[in-house]
Design a protein around this ligand. Structure first.
Ligand SMILES: NC(=O)c1ccc[n+]([C@@H]2O[C@H](COP(=O)([O-])OP(=O)(O)OC[C@H]3O[C@@H](n4cnc5c(N)ncnc54)[C@H](OP(=O)(O)O)[C@@H]3O)[C@@H](O)[C@H]2O)c1
Length: 403
């Protein structure tokens, strides 16, 4: 049995302080090929994922598959349903920011197997994840782990992979976008994946490319390479425009992801959430742990514990004003017998978003899974919001985030 919700040693922050889319001509290409309906799993999915342990594991390779949430908690994401929390894989292959080490790939595979058998079926990646010659590593590992998943085929088939295609300046024509998506599929060893998301909008600096990208996304869908499309780092105004455009082109927009956490909340995020609700698309909250700061393990009391590079630089700006929020998070965590990471992730779910925390090892993944199966009360959410309002400096917005 996993001890997912055990409370580990008090986080550093508590140990050191006292309590308290222009018109578009119809495509001249051949009509879209007959599409395989996006597998709609509820019956088979729930039977497999939600069987009781006493029902044995036949058909699941001996692996106990037990979702840590109720079926009713699944979230509609375009043509499919996803777990209330997903999993982010930015760190897989990224040495620069995340200190990725190939030697630890077997542990990452264990992490993948653990979270899938715990009911997580949404994985976020990107074709730009992985630094230097490791570019694309995250997609490649994800494809490998999925194909080698030792549990049941029903559970494996329920996994939804959402990649993000980078808005490189040389990606302009629909053919180039389709080519980029085919490269992704090749790295993953898949014919088709759930979602292709535009990694960022170029509206702020190259508006002409922006329109070309929309057509690229349409072309990827029309080629039958994805079940639906998504967006990343789009604000409400740009979202409404592209939402209208995709709708006109008959392309299902399933999700939008933005930075969203207790340190990245406020009118801008609320406006994106409202725009998503208007369009009927899911909001994926990325960096729900504020790159690790909301785990409570980093503290200015121990600067040597801070990560190096750009992350350390950011932490030094944010951490000095974070203590009151960490204090409230710690108190709620202690009362609930949860951890601060679990509280931070749960808060994102309470906002009606689907958080995709990253985890670098099994211990972090186990802990983060403990954010499932319970909900913060309205009062606790209020207390967290009030404490977050008092944080003098939160996360910096992604430079590509549009209005
Ligand atoms: N669309 C975009 O532009 C965009 C941008 C950013 C992220 N994303 C997506 O969102 C995902 C998640 O965001 P993120 O990876 O930036 O940040 P995050 O989820 O806020 O933080 C993840 C990091 O926090 C630490 N951590 C995680 N769980 C922990 C635990 N239980 N205890 C202690 N430390 C823990 C780990 O780093 P350490 O151990 O090094 O502290 C881990 O890599 C990414 O993987 C990616 O898929 C998308």
């Amino acid at each position: 049995m996993l001890a997912l919700q055990q409370r580990p040693a008090a986080p550093a922050a508590l140990r050191h302080r006292s309590p308290a889319a222009a018109p578009f001509r119809a495509s001249r290409r051949a009509p879209r090929p007959a599409r395989r309906a996006a597998p709609q799993p509820p019956a088979a999915f729930f039977q497999t994922l939600f069987k009781r342990p006493s029902q044995g594991d036949s058909g699941s390779g001996g692996l106990a598959e037990k979702p840590l949430y109720k079926p009713s908690e699944m979230v509609n994401m375009g043509p499919f349903k996803v777990s209330p929390m997903g999993f982010g894989t930015w760190s897989w292959g990224n040495k620069l920011l995340w200190g990725y080490d190939e030697q630890r790939d077997p542990e990452l595979q264990d992490v993948f197997n653990l979270v899938v058998r715990s009911g997580i079926n949404l994985f976020d990646t990107a074709d730009s994840y992985g630094t230097g010659k490791l570019n694309g590593r995250s997609e490649q590992l994800l494809g490998q782990f999925l194909s080698e998943y030792p549990g049941s085929s029903a559970t494996r088939d329920s996994v939804r992979i959402a990649t993000k295609l980078a808005a490189y300046p040389w990606r302009l024509t629909p053919k180039q976008w389709v080519g980029a998506c085919r490269e992704t599929l090749k790295r993953m060893g898949q014919d088709r994946i759930a979602l292709a998301q535009l990694h960022w909008s170029t509206a702020n600096y190259a508006p002409l490319q922006e329109r070309l990208m929309w057509d690229g996304l349409v072309a990827i869908y029309e080629e039958g390479l994805v079940d639906a499309v998504g967006l990343s780092n789009y604000g409400p105004r740009q979202l409404a425009k592209i939402g209208q455009y995709l709708d006109k082109r008959g392309v299902p927009l399933a999700a939008v992801q933005v930075q969203y956490s207790l340190l990245s909340r406020g009118p801008e995020q609320a406006a994106v959430k409202a725009a998503c609700d208007d369009l009927g698309v899911a909001l994926i909250s990325y960096s729900p742990l504020a790159l690790g700061m909301l785990t409570g393990k980093y503290s200015m009391d121990d600067p040597s514990s801070l990560p190096g590079g750009p992350r350390g630089f950011l932490f030094k700006q944010v951490l000095p004003g974070l203590q009151p929020l960490l204090q409230v998070m710690g108190e709620i965590a202690a009362r609930r017998r949860k951890t601060m990471s679990q509280v931070a992730i749960n808060w994102c779910m309470c906002q009606g978003t689907v958080p995709i925390p990253g985890a670098k090892d099994l211990a972090q993944a186990k802990e983060n899974l403990g954010a499932l199966g319970w909900r913060l009360s309205d009062g606790e959410v209020r207390a967290l919001n009030e404490a977050a309002d008092r944080v003098p400096r939160g996360m910096q917005q992604n430079v590509f985030q549009t209005r």
